[in-house]
Design a binder for this molecule. Structure first.
Ligand code: ADP
Ligand code: MG
Length: 253
């Protein structure tokens, strides 16, 4: 079976600074991978490479067997066109630390925007589905409110519903709860836990060790652009083999 995400020796530099120094990892379909590591270790950059917001400089990165950003034509490798890139990206949902909702649109309008614009689906059907998605994230009664009238946790749940409206095969989360007040974190993690239980393939950058322990199939610990250690949560979080992992865990636990 093809892995949903496969990274082989993935490298990325910004100018002279090498930020990803040969990342190897795999995410199987239906699995949840939690990516941990100190600030600056390259976690966000790696996520951004997966949906081609950053271009990899070396190695090989595939999503569902397709090279990210490139296509092989015979013996030649060519870059995807803009249209091909957006088609590739439309299969991946991304949720950021900051909620990035459109402030002038209601929760419902935020959710229907992309399926209407990108997939050109019919509005009544998309609206009905958006109501279902808002109910799924616990916001059935907030459809007509603007982001400013919602708490951070509610906004983040709208952002998740908005990503799901595109029917992604893969969801990427970049510290989705880091900007939230502590009492709002639980509701967002609950939604993510349900999503994982329903079989969504997910890559989650997080410092929520409890969530990683409970939900992740694999945990990857990154530091300074390399994968220091990876394995089942039970191994990496309970019996880390590397000093750098132990030092990190002792700070976040
Ligand atoms: P993390 O998410 O683990 O905190 P990042 O992937 O955001 O780490 O950043 C890794 C390193 O790459 C940092 O040193 C950061 O300053 C650098 N970096 C990230 N994005 C850019 C960019 N667009 N241009 C230059 N440097 C960048
Ligand atoms: Mg980051």
């Amino acid at each position: 079976m093809t892995a949903m995400v496969r990274a082989e020796r993935v490298r990325k530099s910004f100018g002279p600074v090498e930020v990803l120094k040969g990342i190897d990892l795999e995410v199987e379909r239906g699995q949840v991978l939690c990516l941990l590591g100190p600030s600056g270790s390259g976690k966000s950059t790696f996520l951004r490479c997966i949906n081609h917001l950053e271009r990899v400089d070396g190695g090989r990165l595939t999503v569902d067997g397709e090279l990210v950003g490139y296509r092989r034509d015979g013996h030649r490798l060519r870059e995807l066109t803009v249209r091909e890139t957006s088609a590739q990206r439309a299969r991946i949902g991304m949720v950021f630390q900051r909620f990035n909702l459109f402030p002038h649109l209601t929760a419902l309008e935020n959710v229907v925007e992309a399926p209407l614009r990108v997939h050109r689906r019919r509005r009544p059907e998309v609206v009905a589905e958006a109501h279902e998605l808002l109910a799924r994230v616990g916001l059935a009664d907030k459809a007509d409110l603007h982001p400013a009238a919602l708490s951070g946790g509610q906004q983040q749940r709208v952002a998740i519903a908005r990503a799901l409206a595109m029917h992604p095969e893969l969801m990427l989360f970049d510290e989705p709860t880091s900007a939230l007040d502590p009492e709002l974190v639980g509701d967002v993690l609950d939604v993510m836990r349900d999503l994982a239980r329903d079989g969504m393939t997910m890559v989650v950058v997080t410092h929520e060790i409890g969530f990683a322990r409970e939900v992740a199939d694999r945990v990857v610990f990154m530091d300074d652009g390399v994968v220091v250690e990876q394995g089942p949560p039970d191994e990496v979080l309970t019996r880390p083999q590397h000093e750098r992992t132990r030092a990190f865990l002792s700070k976040v636990l």
